[in-house]
Design a protein around this ligand. Structure first.
Ligand code: 0X9
Ligand code: ZN
Length: 462
């Protein structure tokens, strides 16, 4: 009843606001980088029809842009939009104050602040390292780790993790790590991105087992989720530093880590649009806004491909599935890796944000096979992630914390007999920055992830 009344009130508001807003409607605008004057706003709709009306009114000013694809069926949730100044003004006119909340007042300022929170001293230029010239490379003045110290102390130089890095700096670090911790760590290439960048993979663990157990982590299918790469890289580095001096290193488990699953998208977030999510496939063009062309890699997998949950066949959409399952070289490389890796038993697809461990199916609320095992490990991982003082939650489906999604990686990996999870790292809410996590949180986030990583490795052995 109350909801109906609210819906009527909004409809009335809209009628009045529409006539008053012709001037704004004429104003041309788009929600695009560098996001000057853009806010992130959560709107609670009393009913689906009021949601449609509000969306329509905002679209008159500019194409509406969701922060991420979350159109909840239960209207109790806030749907989060990136709104231009004109759209925000319009929303303020149309909606009762209690139905919307400004979560990030100035997205552009948040992006600037993200990198500025930790000012690292300028690093001396690293010598160019290649995998084959490890010792020559390591004699130069290195900005990052002093390898022998790290090995002896079993510690890592964390200064690298005080800020986010460019693609080139990360690759430099990969090479340095592989050279430093050889033969415990090797760096391989599992394929190429649309734009021809190598898809790097670490193999961590120098096992002499004929049939080792293997675990796979991959990060950054979504380009804007910068924390994910920093976190898995920290984990490789710490595991290598600690395990390379331990007798028990030559164990039964080998860890495979793909730190950047979407390198083109990642580079694009640095040079053009910090909020970019998809890959950079030019194949199926977004005609009305060519800059938004790309495929959501985490909708391009074969399980329930193009199903009804959080997908779109519109190439402009952030959840565009692509033309067919595995149409993208990035998902082809990752899926080939899964099918061609003997002994693979567990997998984590690392994302941000919401502080969640997502087990079970993503595309449906049905219980998956092995549900007891899935939940048992999921809860354990969640406990470890939560041990750093931030609460994570283990989510079992739609009713729990996040929307369902079709065609995602962990669902397909699970069909290959591998226990598979999505992690959504810090922060918990958009209000805390959402995808824009201040750099000073890289190390704490990485530390809690490291604990969860160690737990998976223990779990699969026992
Ligand atoms: O939309 C996605 O692909 C994931 N969220 S993100 O903000 N990192 O983009 C969530 C996938 C949903 N998975 C499950 N419900 N298990
Ligand atoms: Zn993601």
């Amino acid at each position: 009843m109350l909801r109906n009344l609210q819906a009527c009130a909004i409809a009335l508001f809209l009628l009045i606001a529409f006539s008053a807003s012709d001037a704004e409607a004429a104003e041309s605008c788009s929600v695009e980088a560098p996001y000057e004057g853009v806010s992130v706003v959560g709107i609670r709709f009393p009913s689906e029809s009021s949601a449609d009306a509000v969306r329509e009114a905002l679209e008159k000013i500019c194409e509406i842009r969701l922060l991420r694809d979350e159109i909840p069926s239960s209207s109790d949730e806030f749907v989060e939009y990136m709104l231009t100044r004109a759209q925000l003004k319009q929303a303020q006119k149309m909606l009762p104050r209690s139905t919307f909340r400004v979560l990030i007042g100035d997205l552009n300022a948040a992006i600037i602040h993200e990198s500025a929170t930790e000012i690292a001293p300028p690093a001396p230029k690293a010598p160019k390292c290649t995998l084959t010239e490890s010792s020559a490379c390591l004699t130069g003045s290195l900005p990052m780790i002093t390898p022998s110290d790290a090995i002896i102390a079993g510690k890592i130089d964390v200064s690298f993790y005080k800020k986010y890095h460019s693609y080139e700096d990360l690759v430099e670090r990969y090479k340095l790590l592989a050279a430093t911790y050889s033969p415990y760590v090797t760096l391989e290439t599992i394929g190429e991105s649309v734009e021809g960048r190598p898809l790097h993979m670490f193999r961590v663990g120098n096992t002499s087992e004929a049939k080792p157990i293997r675990v796979l982590f991959n990060a950054m299918q979504h380009a804007r989720e910068w924390i994910t790469t920093m976190t898995v890289l920290y984990t490789v580095e710490r595991l290598a530093a600690e395990a390379s001096r331990s007798e028990s290193w030559d164990s039964k488990v080998q860890l495979l880590v793909v730190p950047i699953s979407n390198p083109d998208g990642f580079v694009y977030t640095h040079v053009a649009d910090r909020m970019w999510r998809k890959n950079r496939s030019p194949e199926t063009r977004c005609r009305r806004s060519p800059g938004r062309t790309g495929v959501d890699l985490n909708r391009n997998w074969a399980k329930d491909f193009s199903g009804g949950e959080s997908t779109s066949s519109d190439p402009c959409s952030d959840v565009f599935t692509g033309p067919k399952p595995f149409s993208e070289p990035e998902t082809q490389a990752l899926s080939n890796l899964v099918t061609s890796t003997p002994g693979l038993v567990a997998h984590i697809d690392v994302h941000a944000f919401s502080q969640l461990v997502l087990g079970r199916w993503s595309y449906s609320d049905d219980k998956p096979p092995r549900v007891k095992e899935v939940d048992e490990l999921g809860e354990l991982l969640n406990e470890q992630l939560s041990s750093g003082g931030k609460r994570y939650d283990y989510a079992r489906g739609k009713t729990d914390h996040i929307y369902l999604a079709s065609g995602v990686m962990p669902d397909w990996v699970f069909t290959q007999g591998v226990l598979s999870y999505t992690f959504e790292l810090r922060p918990k809410t958009t209000w805390e920055g959402g995808f824009i996590l201040p750099a000073k949180q890289i190390i704490p986030t990485s530390k809690e992830f490291f604990k969860a990583a160690a737990t998976v490795l223990d779990y699969v052995v026992s």
